[in-house]
Design a protein around this ligand. Structure first.
Ligand code: HEM
Length: 493
């Protein structure tokens, strides 16, 4: 098997991921007794002429068309002349119980073993699953409080389909489900996740109008991503050298998973069929927009000029995405290009507190030489926009982020960042407080963040303790195999 090959790696595993306005996540169960049939269906999924599961090369081709149309559309104000490029791309991934099911089918088919027995050593977090890891290690709510979709039936697999509109992606999803033998071979998960009323399925969409590309608190998302040689363009790599990242931090190589600065945290090698795959941390994160508005409206208590100013300090970026470390006073005017290449060395704590979300989760110079705690984030908002003038009365009318992060080692990537940085009150220095966006305190406790005066002195009590605005409602860890592994190892005749 080739080490790295853009035709072999699934297409969402790089900074831009699938082009999308809409995205659907379909979680499925593989029926007991149908494991061998499932492996045969997996082989069919990736063997024909039609590319049902997208590679990076297929997605890069789509981006060329989308970018060309966007450039033309930019030149006209006439909506009738705007070009729209239909796209749809799909990814398939499996939980550890899903791989166990596939192993059963392969044994029945007389195929070689997947060699899963040492995954508890090479990839213990994946092996235990989010239901075991989250509440114990990440201060997640107990599984009993998760949405029914994540606790009713064991999730074995995930189909993620993204594209230019809801109809295209849902049609494609139904087609993929048929190929995988739904409902005889794979079945739905017996639970839904509001606001979705459909069991087994979650749908996200980019926000309308000027909020396109922004999450529900109003900030542009998906800006700062690991950039990979061999995938990202030379210009992109040159423009943001700090974010240049070794391929094997995101995509599994034949090295052992946890080598950081010569130290082998997890020295056990994975089975070779996992090369060119990646681990996905999927989390449904509900955002309480009124609670967020209430928090930033306390701006005067901490010497900020406006709710937007306090919000920017908590996020570390203004709504446009401009970092407060470089633009401390106000946001840049709309459509002003800015460069994401910056460091925190010498940045005043008044301008950007240590606890700002983007400083916690990517501390740059605050954390010396840590270069493996990186992940590609390709999530999407879900739910309708919150309208303060017309607040929803239905408690299921909720919104948030379908968070999806890919990395070659969960213990170095998502799990480490959530546990050791976002959830730690003392990272990177004592009295930093939590990451007020994605941090979680033990036993669902209150959060805090230290803010500063213009002389960089700590503000006491600052905002004091407050309730979290983002609540984890469920999730799972998945492995995203290479396309050749789907065909030759997980799939069978
Ligand atoms: C609902 C919860 C969350 C919201 C609203 C949110 C929002 C954002 C926004 C607006 C940005 C700035 C744009 C960008 O750099 O792409 C960002 C950056 C980032 N977020 Fe989150 N995020 C959430 C949860 C998480 C979680 C759970 C993690 C991982 C544990 C995470 C990791 C990151 C990382 C690594 C960056 C890039 C920072 C940088 O390089 O500057 N986020 N997030």
């Amino acid at each position: 098997m080739a080490e790295f090959n853009r035709d072999d790696v699934q297409g969402d595993l790089f900074s831009r991921g699938f082009p999308k306005f809409n995205e659907v996540y379909y979680f499925f169960h593989i029926r007991a007794g149908k494991e061998k049939e499932f492996s045969q269906k997996v082989k069919m999924l990736v063997s024909g002429e039609e590319k049902h599961i997208s590679s990076i090369n297929k997605v890069l081709e789509d981006w060329k068309k989308v970018d060309a149309a966007a450039a033309k559309n930019h030149a006209t104000d006439d909506p009738a002349k705007k070009e729209w490029v239909p796209t749809s791309n799909a990814l398939i991934a499996f939980s550890k119980p899903g791989l166990d099911r596939i192993q059963t089918g392969l044994t029945l088919a007389g195929r070689p073993s997947l060699d899963l027995k040492y995954l508890n050593l090479s990839d213990p977090t994946f092996d235990m699953g989010m239901g075991n890891d989250g509440p114990d290690n990440l201060n997640d709510p107990p599984v009993d409080d998760w949405d029914p979709l994540f606790k009713t039936t064991t999730i074995h697999g995930l189909l993620k389909v993204a594209g230019s509109d809801s109809k295209i992606i849902n049609d494609k999803l139904e087609h993929l489900k048929r190929i995988l033998g739904h409902p005889q071979v794979i079945t739905d998960i017996e639970g839904n996740s509001p606001p979705s009323l459909t069991k087994s399925k979650l749908e996200g969409n980019t926000r309308p109008g000027k909020q396109h590309g922004h999450e529900h608190f109003g900030f542009r998302d998906g800006l700062s991503q690991p950039l990979l040689k061999g995938i990202n363009s030379d210009e992109a790599l040159k423009a943001d050298p700090y974010m240049q990242t070794d391929l094997n931090v995101i995509i599994v190589s034949s090295k052992p998973p946890g080598v950081q600065d010569g130290v082998e945290a997890f020295p056990t090698r994975r089975p070779h069929w996992m090369v060119n795959g990646s681990f996905l941390a999927f989390r449904k994160l509900e955002q309480d927009v009124p609670r967020w508005i209430e928090l930033v409206n306390r701006f005067k208590e901490v010497g900020c000029k406006s709710p937007a100013h306090l919000g920017a300090k908590i996020m570390g970026r203004w709504p446009s995405g401009a970092p407060v470390a470089k633009f401390p006073d106000e946001d840049v005017p709309p459509n002003t290009p800015f460069n994401n290449d910056f460091r925190y060395k010498g940045v005043s704590k008044y301008n950007c507190p240590f606890g700002a979300h983007i400083r916690k989760v990517n501390p740059r110079t605050d954390a010396g030489s840590v270069t493996m705690a990186r992940m590609i984030r390709n999530g999407i908002p879900y739910g309708t926009d919150f309208d303060p003038a017309n607040p929803p009365t239905d408690p299921h009318d909720t919104r948030g982020l379908l968070f999806a992060a890919y990395q070659s080692c969960l213990e170095n990537g998502f799990q480490f960042v959530q546990r050791s940085w976002s959830n730690s009150e003392t990272f990177p220095v004592s009295k930093t407080g939590y990451d007020a966006i994605s941090g979680q305190a033990k036993d669902r406790g209150l959060l805090n963040i230290t803010l500063h005066n213009e002389q960089d002195g700590d503000l006491v009590p600052g905002l004091g303790q407050f309730r979290e605005s983002c609540t984890m409602k469920g999730g799972e860890y998945f492995f995203v195999p290479s396309i050749s592994a789907l065909k030759n190892t997980l799939g069978c005749d």
